[in-house]
Design a protein around this ligand. Structure first.
Ligand code: SF4
Length: 551
């Protein structure tokens, strides 16, 4: 099946018209309203308070100002949720998406859950990008889309279209839950997903707003959906007995793990916990609805990724203690086992037994696979501080750790440890800060996001992409101890290849002068300076009216 077929299916264009299409499930058969113009009967339709307000976000998109979008959303009844986001996901220098649309995070969490349907409401260009990216990352699942136009947006017909799509999708034989996501424009327009039914035919309906002007990173959007689901499941559990997850076998007290991790890591964590009479519980965001109950039932919650603020609120409301950091490296594992054991009231002898069983193997693995070299590291996954700890314990000289995620108290222990070992930690790091750190510290290896890696390679500095090459490896306990050394050392050793390439291409120019020319291009510096000045004046004038938004 081609990507193009995928996208057509996602966009509600009749997938069956495409010869040779492979359909992954029946979600694509759910009727999708094509957003017809509301017409005269719109006047008779009962309008909610959000509809047809002067604050409507009609016509806004990435080109509109963030402040304007936020003002419109507040007027349209979204001030409470935006205030909560501002509290949960405080903005800093990195206050706008510098990578992908934040909604990709929540979309991915929903697409990875069994028996969960996903419906997006937003501009077609946003949905195109989001579905393309999700299929690029292997989501073999259809994404529902409810389109809109100016009229359906301002008259409230869009909300009714969403409701109709949800009602038609709510088949209990296929789904436990349906996730409906308002992207930027429907959020700014106040499309009131909270007015959707809480369940239809036993299928739970979860409506979330994930606007680029209120959610800084895709990592935090994962928390929005995980938190909404945990809230729903917690209320269900409070009302009466709930189903046991199929994976919930051991009757030992469990440690719920918060944050996505390499699939083998929970198994390794379970082995390290065993001497304390504890077991590894589910990983949240979970892969099926019933695991949410098991997650809430954990004896303790390990905030492996420290930015899940809304999810932690739900765990705390369920009376669960929360412990930060993770079992990475020898020091990290010792501190983590100690904290988990104490939170669960485990006897000192058992905590010591757990430490004795793991720490020797970790020290051995770290010693057998040392990392030598100066490293700068940055990313937007939320595990950056943990990876940096592991690298330092492996022997690396890590000077800078940048994360797009915000500072929370759950990463304080890691931050303090890193700073005590000579690393500068930058929360809400911008691309500019990551690149400046690389230029300042002249590392043997730069680990970072795509643009950081690109800049590093231009300078013949070996570089590794954090998301695909580093965070997709085991990090925890003995299995994680030696896992980074091979890829990191191989990259550091490739420096001579970069130097050879640079020497080979020496003289072909850079930037506008790159390439093979008969005459080197004249860059017309004066003309450029004048144009730049004009653009700066124009931008200043526009900035006084609005700020850029989205991606
Ligand atoms: S951040 Fe950009 S791509 Fe994402 S929903 Fe908003 S306007 Fe669309």
């Amino acid at each position: 099946m081609s990507k193009q077929d995928d996208i057509l299916l996602d966009h509600g264009v009749s997938g069956n018209d495409h010869v040779g299409e492979v359909v992954y499930d029946d979600a694509g058969a759910a009727p999708v309203t094509l957003g017809e113009v509301a017409g005269g009967d719109a006047a008779q339709r009962p309008a909610t308070e959000e509809h047809a307000t002067e604050g409507s976000g009609d016509g806004m998109g990435c080109h509109a100002g963030a402040d304007e979008m936020r003002r419109a959303a507040e007027k349209a009844g979204k001030s409470e949720i935006l205030a909560q986001y501002a509290k949960d996901y405080p903005q800093g220098p990195h206050d706008q998406p510098q990578s992908m649309c934040p909604a990709f995070g929540s979309l991915r969490v929903g697409l990875r859950m069994k028996r969960t349907a996903t419906i997006l409401s937003g501009s077609a260009c946003c949905v195109y990008g989001l579905t393309f990216t999700s299929h690029f990352y292997g989501a073999k699942r259809s994404v529902g889309y409810v389109p809109f136009n100016s009229e359906t947006l301002v008259t409230g017909k869009l909300f009714e279209d969403i409701k109709e799509a949800v009602e038609k999708t709510a088949d209990p034989d296929k789904y436990d839950a349906i996730v409906v996501t308002n992207l930027c424009v429907p959020t700014a327009s106040g499309v009131p997903l909270r007015l959707l039914p809480k369940e239809i035919n036993g299928v739970r309906i979860i409506g979330i707003d994930v606007p680029g002007f209120g959610v800084p990173t895709h990592a935090e959007a994962k928390d929005i959906l995980a938190g909404a689901m945990l809230n729903y499941a917690r209320r269900e559990a409070e009302e009466g007995p709930v189903q046991r997850a199929a994976s919930d076998r051991a009757d030992l007290p469990k440690v719920t793990m918060l944050g996505e991790m390499f699939p083998a890591d929970p198994i390794g964590i379970g082995q390290m916990l065993a001497p304390m009479g504890l077991a590894a519980g589910p990983v949240a965001p979970t892969r099926e609805w019933r695991e949410l109950y098991a997650a809430l039932d954990g004896a303790v919650v390990a905030a492996i990724h420290p930015f899940y603020t809304a999810s932690i609120r739900e765990f705390e409301a369920a009376g669960r203690p929360v412990v930060g950091s993770a079992p990475v490296g020898r020091d990290g594992t010792a501190a983590w086992l100690e904290a988990i054991g104490e939170a669960c009231g485990v006897a000192r002898a058992q905590i010591d037994a757990a430490k004795n069983a793991s720490l020797g193997a970790i020290a051995g693995a770290l010693g057998a696979c040392p990392v030598k070299g100066r490293i700068t590291l940055s990313g937007y996954e939320g595990s950056e501080l943990l990876v940096a700890r592991l690298l330092i314990e492996s022997g690396a000289d890590v000077r800078y750790v940048g994360t797009a995620c915000p500072r929370t108290k759950w990463s304080d222990g890691d931050r303090e440890w890193l700073e005590a070992h000579g690393a500068q930690v930058q929360y809400r790091a911008s691309l500019e800060q990551d690149v400046a750190a690389m230029e300042e510290f002249q590392p043997d290896l730069a680990i970072g996001t795509t643009p950081v890696v690109q800049k590093a390679k231009e300078k013949a500095t070996p570089a590794l992409y954090f998301t695909n090459l580093i965070s997709a490896r085991p990090l925890m306990g003995p299995a994680g101890a030696g896992s980074l050394a091979q890829v990191v050392n191989a990259a550091i050793k490739s420096k001579s290849r970069f130097d050879e390439m640079r020497a080979f291409f020496e003289g072909v120019g850079e930037g506008d002068k790159a390439g093979v020319w008969e005459d080197t291009p004249d860059i017309h510096g004066d003309f450029r300076r004048k144009q730049r000045r004009k653009l700066e004046i124009k931008a200043k004038r526009e900035a006084s009216l609005e700020e850029p938004v989205g991606c």
